[in-house]
Design a binder for this molecule. Structure first.
Ligand SMILES: Cc1cc2nc3c(=O)[nH]c(=O)nc-3n(C[C@H](O)[C@H](O)[C@H](O)COP(=O)(O)OP(=O)(O)OC[C@H]3O[C@@H](n4cnc5c(N)ncnc54)[C@H](O)[C@@H]3O)c2cc1C
Length: 436
C-alpha cells in the first residue's frame, strides 16, 4: 500500500473494498450508481465531499417562493422524454415548452438576438427533485458523505482511494471520477502515478466559468419574459467566450401570483458581483433594470436570493466551456478514454454526445457510459442502458469510445457546433436581427 493508505496507523480508520468507486454525487455520479444498482450485482460506494447529493443540482430553500426553483441546472435542454431515458422508468412530472427568442437591450431599443431555442421547463418540479425522487432512494445508502477524496493511487489493482478526514480508505477495481473540472484542474486530488500528459493537457483545455444566480421578487410584474443587456458583455464575442447575463421570468409556467425575475451571470458577467454583499448585488441589478424600466425595479423590489456557485467549495463555478476548435474539442474525446480500465472520467464536460455538453442530461449519460463500460469489463453490461442514451434531439452522435487511453481520435467531422449559454445548448435557428 502507498504511504497515504497506511490504514493501520490511523485510529478508528475504516477500509472498504468494493468493485466500483464513484467520486461525486451529482447527476453523473448518481446515474452511474443507479445503473450499477439496477443492472449488476457489482458492489459500489459513492464518495461525496459535501453533505448532500445533487452537486450542481440544488433547490431554493423554502420560504422565498410558493413553487420549487432550481438554483443550479434548471432548463431541460432536450425533449421531456430525456427524463425517462435517464431514470429508466415512467416519470410523472409536468413540463412545459420553453421557446426563447433572446431579446437584448441595446442603445435604448429592444433587439432580437436572432436565435431561438426550444427547451422545456419543469412545472412545480425541479431537476433536483428528479434525481432525489427517482434515483437517490436506490443509492443513498451507498453514499459516504463529507468524504473529500484527496488521493487516488491507480498504480495497483485494486485502486486505492482515501478521503481527507484520514479515516476512510477504499479500494476498488474501477473508479469513476465525476468531480467538476475545476477540482481536476486544482491540486485537490493527488493521483499516483500522475495523470498521463494527454489527460492533463485535455483537462487544462477547459474553461470552468464563474456563475451566480440571483432571484429578485417584485410587487408588480414590469419586466418582459426573458432578456439580456448588450452592455453586459466586455467582449463582442460574448457567446464565443461563453459569458452571458440572462434575465428570465422564474415564474414561467408556474401556478403562482408571485413575480420573480431570475438572472444567471456566467463567465465575465459574474465579475461585477465579486466582493459585493447580497444587498449590493440586489441594488446593482435594480439599477441596471431601472435604466430600462424607468425606476420600477427599485420601486417594486421586495427581496432577493443569491446562489453564488463560485462560493461552493467543491464546485467553484458554473460549468465548462471549450472554444469551438477541433483542438479544443479533442479534450472531450481524450477524457472519454479510461486509464488502464481503472480510472474513468465522467461529468458534464465529458458527455457521450458532444451536443449534450454542459447539460444535466449530458452529465447523467456520461455517468451511464462509464458504468456501462465497467459492467462490460465485469461481464454484466445491459444493452438496454446503452439504447436509452438519448438521441431525441437532432445532431450527430459521437460513438461511445471503447478505446483505451491513447487510441486515435474520432474525426472532427463528427463534431457539432456548440454555443455556450445558460439556456442554449443546441437547435439554434438564426434569423436576421430585428427590433422588437
Ligand atoms: C447556475 C447553473 C445553471 C445551470 N443551468 C443548466 C440548465 O438550465 N440546464 C442544464 O441542463 N444544465 C445546466 N447547468 C449545468 C448542470 O447543472 C451540470 O452540467 C450538471 O449538474 C453537472 O453534473 P455533474 O455530475 O457532472 O457534476 P456536479 O453536479 O458538479 O457533481 C460533482 C460532485 O462531486 C463532488 N466533489 C467535488 N470534489 C470532490 C472530491 N474531492 N471528493 C468527493 N466529491 C467531490 C461535488 O460536491 C459534487 O457533488 C447549470 C449549472 C449551473 C451551475
Amino acid at each position: 500500500m502507498a504511504a497515504n493508505m497506511n490504514v493501520s496507523a490511523a485510529v478508528n480508520a475504516t477500509l472498504v473494498n468494493v468493485d466500483v468507486l464513484i467520486i461525486g454525487a451529482g447527476a453523473a455520479g448518481l446515474t452511474a450508481a443507479y445503473d450499477l444498482k439496477r443492472s449488476s450485482d457489482n458492489s459500489f460506494r459513492i464518495l461525496e465531499a459535501s453533505s448532500v447529493i445533487g452537486g450542481r443540482l440544488k433547490k431554493m430553500p423554502t420560504g422565498f417562493a410558493d413553487f420549487p426553483i432550481d438554483i443550479g441546472g434548471e432548463w431541460i435542454h432536450d425533449e421531456p422524454t430525456v427524463l425517462e431515458n435517464i431514470t429508466g422508468v415512467e416519470v410523472e412530472v409536468e413540463t412545459i415548452p420553453y421557446v426563447d427568442s433572446y431579446v437584448e437591450w441595446e442603445d435604448g431599443e429592444w433587439y432580437s438576438y436572432g436565435y431561438y431555442t426550444e427547451d422545456y421547463k419543469f412545472v412545480n418540479y425541479t431537476w433536483f427533485d428528479l434525481f432525489n425522487d427517482y434515483m437517490a432512494p436506490d443509492v443513498l445508502d451507498h453514499v459516504d458523505f463529507d468524504c473529500q477524496v484527496e488521493f487516488i493511487d491507480w498504480s495497483t489493482i485494486p485502486v486505492e482511494v482515501s478521503c481527507s478526514d484520514g479515516l476512510r480508505y477504499f479500494t476498488a477495481n474501477h473508479v469513476i471520477v465525476t468531480v467538476p473540472m475545476s477540482v481536476l484542474q486544482s491540486d485537490d486530488i493527488y493521483f499516483e502515478p500522475a495523470l498521463p500528459v494527454e489527460t492533463q493537457v485535455a483537462i487544462d483545455k477547459y474553461d470552468f466559468m464563474s456563475g451566480m444566480k440571483v432571484f429578485m421578487k417584485y410587487g408588480e410584474r414590469f419586466y418582459r419574459e426573458a432578456f439580456e443587456f448588450a452592455s453586459d458583455y466586455p467582449y463582442d464575442e460574448d457567446w464565443i467566450n461563453g459569458s452571458s447575463r440572462y434575465f428570465y421570468s422564474a415564474t414561467f409556467g408556474q401556478d403562482t401570483d408571485l413575480n420573480i425575475l431570475g438572472s444567471f451571470s456566467v463567465g465575465d458577467t459574474y465579475e461585477p458581483f465579486v466582493n459585493l454583499t447580497n444587498e449590493q448585488i440586489f441594488a446593482s441589478i435594480n439599477t441596471q433594470l431601472d435604466s430600462v424600466y424607468e425606476g420600477q425595479a427599485s420601486e417594486y423590489f421586495v427581496e432577493g436570493y443569491v446562489q453564488d456557485w463560485n462560493d461552493q467549495p467543491y464546485i467553484r463555478g458554473s460549468y465548462t466551456h471549450l472554444d469551438e476548435t477541433p483542438d479544443e474539442w479533442d479534450a472531450i474525446e481524450e477524457l472519454r478514454l479510461p486509464l488502464e480500465d481503472r480510472i474513468f472520467f465522467a461529468g458534464e464536460a465529458i458527455p457521450p454526445y458532444t451536443y449534450q455538453f454542459g447539460n444535466v442530461h449530458g452529465a447523467a449519460y456520461s455517468g451511464r457510459a462509464a458504468a456501462e463500460k465497467i459492467m462490460d469489463l465485469l461481464g454484466q453490461a445491459d444493452a438496454d442502458l446503452d439504447a436509452s442514451i438519448s438521441r431525441t434531439k437532432s445532431g450527430e452522435a459521437l460513438e461511445h469510445s471503447e478505446k483505451t487511453h491513447g487510441s486515435p481520435s474520432l474525426s472532427s467531422s463528427s463534431r457539432r457546433t456548440f454555443v455556450s449559454h445558460p439556456v442554449v445548448s443546441f437547435c439554434l435557428t438564426m434569423f436576421a436581427s430585428y427590433l422588437v
